[in-house]
Design a protein around this ligand. Structure first.
Ligand code: SAM
Length: 256
């Protein structure tokens, strides 16, 4: 029987190219806003860590403003894609490192900027991972956390999380805005700014990217069709199964 860590690698290793080409991951208002935030602080932020870098879109976007970006991921397939993508783009300041958010191979206080985008919903020990972020953050440094949000409403959230898990067995949980706020506050990361955007997930490319087996695709469609009106409205479920997730961005400051 596999561990969750093995499931993550099994899911992501063979799918790195699909993530490199994914429109949801390669662009978006969250990525544009991340650049604005980093440009604002770049003078004080010569190096950054990107946790759960996937195919590298956040690292590629931020690297031009930084002297060094360490891209961390447990999947060797993703890291190989980041290395070749960085070389093609002439981004020599990006280096890759294998590892997980819950236990990071870095000394305390190393990074003035710690980022993560669309990865935290795969982390099994979220609180331990957030404590690790705080540990590797330099005093007074910034953390940038971007992820798909869970719903505040329990019924909608149950449908959303079930759909996500059927699509990708490495899914753990999309935390809601209020869950994030209380967790971040509890570890002493101060919220400086929060933004949200709707992200439309086009159904066929969403399941193709993860090579979701046909029986699970059918189960997702069955769930969506069974969903009550309030859930269908909250997730803006379309006739072909496409729907809207909310992307949340938290810009945080560590203790000085
Ligand atoms: C959707 S991809 C990330 C997308 C990428 N950050 C971007 O901006 O395009 C999710 C990544 O999280 C990684 N991941 C899963 N569990 C992790 C963990 N515990 N710690 C760090 N990364 C993890 C996966 O290997 C995968 O590469």
């Amino acid at each position: 029987m596999r561990t969750h860590e093995q499931t993550v690698q099994q899911q992501f290793d063979p799918r790195a190219e699909a993530y490199l080409d994914s429109a949801v991951h390669s662009g978006g208002p969250d990525l544009e806003y991340a650049k604005v935030l980093v440009q604002r602080t770049a003078a004080r932020t010569d190096q950054a860590l990107d946790i759960g870098c996937g195919a590298g879109h956040l690292a590629f976007a931020l690297a031009p403003y930084l002297g060094r970006v360490v891209a961390l991921d447990p999947s060797p397939g993703m890291l190989a894609t980041v290395s070749s993508g960085a070389a093609q783009r002439g981004l020599r300041q990006i280096e890759v490192r294998q590892g997980s958010a819950e236990s990071m191979p870095f000394p305390d206080g190393l990074f003035p900027l710690v980022c993560t985008r669309y990865s935290a919903h795969h982390w099994t020990r979220l609180e331990a991972a957030i404590r690790e972020i705080r540990r590797v953050l330099a005093p007074g440094g910034h953390a940038l956390l971007i992820d798909a949000l869970g719903a505040e409403d329990a019924l909608t959230d149950t449908y959303l999380q079930s759909t996500e898990l059927l699509r990708d067995v490495s899914h753990v949980r999309n935390r809601s805005r209020s869950e994030w706020r209380s967790l971040l506050h509890s570890v002493g990361l101060e919220e400086v700014e929060h933004r949200e955007w709707p992200t439309r997930l086009e159904f066929s490319s969403w399941v193709a990217r993860m090579r979701t087996p046909a029986d699970r695709v059918a189960a997702i469609r069955t769930l969506q069709e069974a969903a009550p009106r309030e859930v269908r409205e909250a997730l803006a479920i379309e006739p072909d199964g496409s729907f809207i997730l909310r992307t949340g961005l938290f810009w945080l400051r560590g203790a000085t």
